[in-house]
Ligand binder design. Sequence first.
Ligand code: NAP
Length: 349
Amino acid sequence: MRKIEVGILGATGMVGQRFVSLLEHHPWFEVAWLAASERSAGRTYAEACNWRLREPLPKTARELPVEECKPGKAPQLVFASLDSKVAGEVEKEFAHAGHVVVSNSSNHRMDPDVPLLIPEVNPEHLALVRVQKHERKWKGMIVTNPNCTTVGLVMSLAPLEKTFGLEKVMMTSMQAVSGAGYPGLPVLDIIGNVIPFIGGEEEKVERETRKLLGKFVDGHVLMGDFAVSAHCNRVLVEDGHTESISVSLRTKATVEDLIEAWRKFHARPQELHLPSAPKHPIIVREERDRPQPKFDVWTENGMATVVGRVRPCPVLQFKYTALSHNTIRGAAGAALLNAELMKAEGYLD
Ligand code: NAP
């Protein structure tokens, strides 16, 4: 199969670098075009980008020129990881010009005609792009993935919602510093500290969770019928968002039932053998002190959600811990899996 050329908007940032790295040996896609702000435009990627990943900057991207974020020369498929201050307008401009924009940014996630997608959870929501193209008269489209904190929560909730129904969800996060982009927080603000505020994050988690677990009926998403409350905190961890979650379910269940629902969870990406799909989307750890970001964040190449410590909750019914890699499964890996699903389902033809 000839590889599909792709572009990256925001290629120099934390998530953009993850895209470049994950796409280096991708069997279906290859990076052909990179763009960032006018500060970076006109330089080669190696000059413009302050490469912060442990793996080396791929040779194939090193000498590519960084362009301005203007449609025209970009390939049809573009991954987007732009600063949210500019992402909204730039993404619309690209979709209008005929590009398929697979975005990480929050700007369009809650638009009623834009799919907010986790391929294991709500692949049927992808059909919203037909409504989007019709209503906006775009030749292209925008598809989004959730916030990096939402994704681990929703991956762990999806089998519970499907098997038992959800009534109430409480989530307290301990979020990695890489979630704030590069260079991120000043070291004196975060070292030896926990910051109990991340602007807009709690609201994003609460509304995105209900959209992702909502039903797709007659071209609309009906928001999930359960309550979600999120407390979001920044902690001094490099990668990996850890979440303490409590849930009330609509039908009777035991701790063993929850574990079985997670272990049995397989979905569309696994059936389709999508290249970035984890073999097991949810891994249950049985040790009493796992998951931990230090040991578990790279499970299934950073694409699995790791859960553990499931036990009864005296306030809601059950409580457990979930961990997910914020710049892989919560960002670049999520968008890549979205594009793979789109390719496999014929949305890129
Ligand atoms: P980042 O490291 O700050 O990178 C931002 C990117 O946007 C850079 O490539 C930057 O280019 C570009 N940019 C900034 N201002 C621009 C402008 N005026 N015009 C064009 N390009 C501009 O941020 P990040 O962490 O990669 O996050 C990128 C997006 O993904 C954000 O919307 C964020 O909310 C979302 N996201 C991040 C994570 C995460 O874990 N980090 C997870 C999920 C979603 P220059 O280098 O040229 O300035």
